[in-house]
Design a protein around this ligand. Structure first.
Ligand code: ADP
Length: 291
């Protein structure tokens, strides 16, 4: 089982002709509404790829929380470790223009990070744990526990939260997008970002969108090009990549195969609008990799 720990939200993705000005009323061409959040999307990816998946994080007892909870169950993601409560489910409104540029509004309300002991992990025995950095209070002790049990841990360092930095030093695999690495580390190129991240973790991957990725693992390093696809919407490519990376790691694939597999899943995710609709199923990935 791959356990994905972190953020779950509900996404309303509108395709719009342009982003509205103040006082302007516009009409959307289409609406995709579905569950979102990096760790929840990664868990759905793991399940669609045919592996056992669990999500640990928060969903409110409100309408959006309930819809997302049921969506996860329909996707065969275990919801045993989902904390429910009266705080609102985080909501994102995303406006996508025809050129793919996005405007985003995130609503978190006063929803606080889950406290350290709010979820009981004593009955789980995951093969790999993936953190998205959003639940630092929960993640840190879980990461320490994983270390004591020799369970491999992965951090998707996609956004900066209190505690994310500490996790960077304790996970076995650190995966980071170039945009975030540059912004957060102030590194002016991705190689420099890779070097700085390598000071924090024994195995580091920096994803470069349509340019693929660069990696360093111990004394070895390399580059994996992206699979050429007709990208419609790159939302969720990173989440799908992280889910596939963790699943491939759990199934014992070799390092370069893990990177190639995750790249294929990330690329396929870009071929459909919206994060969740783009996450491919196992058969699609296998066929894609054969051709
Ligand atoms: P994030 O979504 O976290 O910003 P990236 O955009 O770097 O992450 O994407 C993660 C991975 O998904 C890339 O390393 C690449 O393998 C794949 N990917 C992303 N965008 C494309 C694209 N336009 N074409 C092909 N593959 C892509």
């Amino acid at each position: 089982q791959v356990l994905c720990v972190g953020h779950a939200s509900y996404d309303l993705v509108f395709s719009v002709p342009h982003h509205p000005e103040a006082d302007e009323k516009i009409f959307a061409d289409s609406l995709i509404s579905c569950g979102g959040g990096p760790a929840a999307n990664a868990a759905v990816t793991v399940a669609r790829l045919g592996y056992k998946a669990a999500f640990a994080g928060y969903l409110g007892n409100d309408t959006y929380g309930q819809i997302h909870f049921e969506e996860l169950q329909r996707e065969n993601v275990s919801t045993d470790l989902v904390a429910r409560g009266t705080m609102p489910t985080p909501l994102s409104v995303i406006l996508i223009k025809p050129d793919g540029k996005r405007a985003l509004v995130n609503y978190k309300g006063a929803t606080e990070p889950l406290p350290a002991n709010s979820i009981d992990f004593s009955n789980v025995s995951p093969k790999v744990i993936l953190f998205d950095g959003h639940e630092p209070l929960l993640s840190e002790p879980l990461c320490a526990w994983a270390k004591s049990k020799a369970i491999p841990t992965v951090l998707d360092a996609g956004s900066l939260h209190k505690g994310t930095d500490a996790l960077m030093f304790s996970v076995d695999f650190l995966v980071c997008s170039e945009k975030f690495a540059r912004q957060w580390l102030n590194a002016d190129d991705s190689e420099r970002a890779l070097n700085l991240l390598a000071e924090r973790s024994p195995a580091v991957v920096v994803t470069l969108g349509e340019r693929g990725l660069i990696w360093r693992k111990g004394a070895e390093s390399g580059r994996v090009p992206a699979f050429p696809v007709k990208a419609v919407d790159t939302t969720g490519a990173g989440d799908a990549f992280h889910g596939a990376f963790a699943a491939a790691l759990a199934s014992g694939q070799d390092w370069l195969d893990i990177l190639r597999y995750a790249s294929a899943v990330g690329a396929l995710c870009c071929t459909k609008a919206g994060a969740r609709p783009g996450i491919p199923f196992r058969e699609t990935v296998e066929l894609f990799l054969k051709n």
